[in-house]
Design a protein around this ligand. Structure first.
Ligand code: NAD
Length: 281
């Protein structure tokens, strides 16, 4: 079984991006800039944002975190986004989710200009991705996609099962696999026989949030299995895939932690650089 080492693949990607940033700096005499807006003091968000900032600096991006208390008015956030939309030195804008209840998430997402939407959540980017046009792609599914391609460069005709239909993970993942000419089944909480669906799959991407949902006898021999889940349990962090059981059948599997997580951050940097490059044309 191949253990898909997300940490290593992400480190390689960051090295490539670092080189690209230095070439862009030589060519344009400026570097891509990422601004993250962080509202409130939720510990996981603080950690994610710190990691994002550290990685951005490592590859040579200009990065900035703007912090607000969780009592901040929605209007203040929308005005700040407008200001960043118009700031030429900023290539990418990310508002760290989740947001306090009094702030309308969709309004925030739609206020970010699509060309700086490094999360790929703006309806324009969602539409472009599903139409097969160039777009920002949400970072987590993009990271999953890059890892799958490392294992199997030609995905044409493969059967893929995506477990979970969130806008963040399942839906964009489905679009990326479709673009590669996979036959994709998207499954969810109302799917009648998830085990039977998974047993058909050459590729399984599990993004559910239920610890160890995907069992060993759900997985065809030689399937590629990507585990997006991050679940805190009494036994520590576990994914949506029963790692020990599934590793006996799968051809390749991502660990949790150390699989999808590091790739998500590396893909945020990639998206920021891609936004910068598109803005230079
Ligand atoms: P979500 O809660 O938005 O969506 C979960 C999906 O799972 C839904 O579409 C639902 O229909 C489906 N589902 C629920 N129960 C099911 C069942 N019994 N069988 C099949 N499908 C079922 O979740 P999300 O935001 O997509 O996140 C999923 C997981 O991925 C979470 O554990 C989250 O923490 C993790 N996550 C990891 C990263 C990363 O960087 N590694 C990033 C984002 C999310």
């Amino acid at each position: 079984m191949i253990l898909i080492d997300g940490k290593k693949i992400a480190a390689e990607l960051r090295e490539e991006l670092k080189l690209e940033v230095s070439e862009l700096k030589n060519k344009y005499n400026k570097v891509p800039g990422l601004t993250v807006i962080l509202i409130g003091d939720m510990a996981p968000s603080q950690i994610y944002v710190r990691n994002k900032e550290k990685s951005a600096n490592e590859v040579g991006l200009k990065s900035e975190v703007i912090k607000y208390p969780d009592t901040v008015e929605e209007k203040t956030i929308l005005e700040k986004i407008e200001e960043l939309n118009n700031d030429e030195s900023i290539s990418g804008i990310l508002v760290q989710l989740p947001l306090p209840k009094h702030i309308d998430k969709q309004k925030v997402i739609e206020t970010i200009i699509p060309s700086k939407d490094v999360d790929g959540f703006h309806p324009m980017n969602v539409g472009n991705l599903s139409s097969g046009y160039e777009s920002s792609v949400p970072c987590t599914p993009l990271g999953c996609y890059l890892m799958i391609k490392k294992i199997e460069p030609n995905l044409s005709g493969k059967k893929a099962v995506v477990v979970g239909r969130s806008n963040l993970n399942g839906k964009p993942m489905t679009q990326l696999l479709l673009k590669e000419n996979c036959t994709v089944t998207i499954t969810h909480s109302r799917t009648k026989d998830l085990k039977a669906e998974c047993l058909e799959a050459d590729i399984i991407v599990a993004a559910v949030g239920i610890p160890e949902l995907v069992k060993g006898d759900w997985v065809k021999k030689d399937a590629i299995v990507i585990d997006v889940g991050i679940n805190k349990t009494e036994n520590g962090l576990v994914g949506d895939v029963a790692f020990d059981e599934v590793s006996k059948n799968a051809k390749a599997l991502t660990p949790v932690p150390g699989g999808v997580g590091p790739m998500t951050i590396a893909c945020l940097l990639k998206n920021t650089i891609d936004c910068f490059k598109r803005a230079q044309i």
